[in-house]
Design a protein around this ligand. Sequence first.
Ligand code: MRU
Length: 350
Amino acid sequence: MSIKPIVYENGVCRMIDQRLLPSQEVWIDYDDYQGVAEAIRSMVVRGAPAIGVAAAFGAAFAARDIDAADFETFECRFADCCAVLGATRPTAVNLFWALERMQRVARENRTLPLVALKQRLLDEALDIAAEDERINRAMGQHGQVLFPERGTILTHCNAGALATGGYGTALGVIRAAVEAGKKIDVIADETRPFWQGARLTAWELAQDGIPVTLICDNMAGYLMQQGKINAVIVGADRISANGDVANKIGTYSVAVLAREHGIPFYVAAPLSTIDLTLTDGSQIPIEERDRREVTHCGGLQLAPEGIQVYNPAFDVTPARLVTAIITERGVASGDYVQQLARLKAVSFSF
Ligand code: MRU
């Protein structure tokens, strides 16, 4: 049973503070959209699908608290609140996807009395959260067949239950393989500078009893050279129409290493992560984060005072290095332009 990082109950959204894991398990309650926006911005909640789920609840809280006499006034104020939520982080497209979905549902239900419309929006946020876990389980089934019966899989960052509505994208495929009886060992990159691999991936796999070994990011090549890695799997924050993949900084280096060593490099991501409005990965906005993440660790200064720092939070792996993209509707490989468009066009609900 994997953790759910966001739980809704009686008008309150409870999120596990991922900044404190693994040493402390602290849950924080949010009951307004400003609080949810701050939770996303400050990384209490992180990971592309989880950010989308949180934003949907933020939008539902905003809707609930809008005082308006007619739909036009409501819609205008709702758009302002969604803009605040959308300004929190730029790279993960699931944030914008969820906010657009909430605004579309509002428009489609404009004839409802406002009280009923507000309830409809809360129901939509609950659907987005529950659907995300079902999507991850479907992705797990499509993806786990790509893994050997016995093998060691390297992952980078956290693409687990904590980064989603539950179960995980890349870690969901690993979970599904283990549930199918495969003997899987995981190698988790620590993922500097925010340590999502050490703090989150290692923690949640250990909680589930899935064998995991933590390595520093710069050890991956050595393990591959020694034949110790059978496959790599990562999540994604945004995938452009041609299959270029934006994911946590360091992912591109792992993909290059995997190609050099003939190791398959898989990406697991829901279709909401695929942004068909961008033709290639150069158009994906890359977040730059605080210099302190690079110069400090746990409050301890590790670099000279005033040193120049560059801290991009994501990089883009070109589609040619990606063996396959695993989605809830199937696996794309090769001609991503055609295949991703086809998968996005299929419509059935989860
Ligand atoms: O900066 P973060 O922690 O939000 O970045 C998270 C990642 O890059 C994940 O690998 C990605 O969102 C995939 S999540 C299923």
